[in-house]
Design a protein around this ligand. Structure first.
Ligand code: ZN
Length: 353
């Protein structure tokens, strides 16, 4: 079936929990169901056919997003990595955001999915499917006790770093133009983290790792390599994007990349300006299909965490993206793969169910 709101779009990254955390937190979680000034809420999701995705728990650095976006609108930039955040500071934030996620499930806004079968059931029921994901492992202790506890609470995906250093590794800075080859790889604790994630079958997200960290995960992990929200460096030479060599390694592992809507990673000039035609996003998807094949490309919107193209401002605008794919000549099976089927395939393989 293909209507303006079908197939459902299930994607690799959103910051809806951060948005709620900053807008009154748990006490105001009901605004997600009622609708509020955000890219993702229940009414907009119904209107646009948003099926959910990876809901990131993320500890914000004390830096002003407006200043960051302002700096990134320039022709060149090199933002330093923010200061590391100790576990005792990170854990309460992650607990609060987890509580928001559970509250959203309790109010019937979404279903927390622990298997691909859960996601299929949620999508079939027209329910938003949510993966409990942590972006940046600051809340995990070196002994990994918190990892085990969070897994039992529903955690199924983890980025060892955001663009910041942790005890596990080092993030890639927001630098343009630049390659992702900036800084050292995983620490010994980071290698233990990869091993434990493999044992628990928690997906390891490569999106904010620098290149050395990427290759360390590729060498250590027995799971498909996944970058939940990253774009093609060959089209936009931003440090946050993936080189063709990295894309080839993801293909060889039968992994997946979710194409990011953030304009700084889409535009050839790397600038954080939203006048980006959807054709520019299609260029990235074309390149990914060329390197990865049709089965290893998905979406990773970054909604509520990034500046996105005009005309794709919220999930209610997702019909414009489906239409752009039709206009670009993609056939129905390919559009269904990009919208959610490829994500389901790689999650089933990673989680084993
Ligand atoms: Zn991110």
């Amino acid at each position: 079936m293909q209507t303006p709101t079908q197939p459902a779009i299930f994607d690799g990254h959103n910051d809806a929990l951060l948005k709620l955390f900053k807008n009154g937190g748990l006490a105001n979680a009901a605004q997600f169901s009622n609708g509020y000034n955000a890219a993702i809420d229940v009414p907009k999701s119904r209107a646009g056919g948003f099926g959910g995705g990876f809901f990131a728990l993320y500890v914000p650095s004390p830096l002003d997003l407006a200043t960051k976006f302002d700096e990134m609108s320039k022709a060149q930039y090199d933002l330093p990595l923010p200061t590391p955040i100790p576990v005792e500071q990170a854990l309460p934030v992650v607990m609060h955001q987890a509580a928001i996620l559970f509250a959203l499930e309790a109010q019937g806004a979404l279903r927390i999915c622990r298997s691909a079968a859960d996601i299929r059931a949620a999508l079939a029921a027209g329910q938003m499917a949510a993966i409990f994901h942590i972006e940046g492992a600051e809340a995990i202790d070196p002994e990994l006790h918190n990892l085990d506890v969070l897994y039992h609470a529903g955690l199924r995906s983890l980025g060892p770093v955001w663009s910041r250093s942790t005890i596990f590794g080092h993030g890639v800075p927001f630098r343009y133009p630049a390659t992702p080859d900036i800084g050292p790889g995983l620490t010994d604790a980071g290698k233990r983290l990869v091993k434990r994630c493999n044992e628990l079958r928690i997906l390891i997200d490569l999106s904010h790792l620098n290149e050395a960290g990427f290759w360390d995960v590729a060498a250590q992990s027995n799971a498909p390599l996944v970058a939940t929200h990253s774009n093609a460096h060959a089209i936009c030479p931003h440090a946050r994007n993936l080189t063709d060599r990295q894309l080839d390694a993801i293909r060889d592992s039968d992994g997946l990349v979710g194409v990011n809507f953030a304009v700084a990673f889409l535009r050839e000039d790397g600038r954080m300006l939203n006048d980006v035609p959807l054709a520019q996003m299609l260029r990235h998807i074309d390149h990914m299909i060329e390197r990865l094949g049709e089965d290893r490309v998905g979406l990773g919107s970054d909604y509520d965490g990034a500046v996105v193209p005009k005309g794709l401002d919220t999930v209610a605008d997702l019909p414009n993206l489906r239409q752009a794919m039709v206009d670009h000549g993609y056939d129905k099976p390919l559009i269904a793969k990009i919208c959610h089927e490829n994500w389901l395939r790689v999650l089933e393989k990673t989680w084993g169910e």
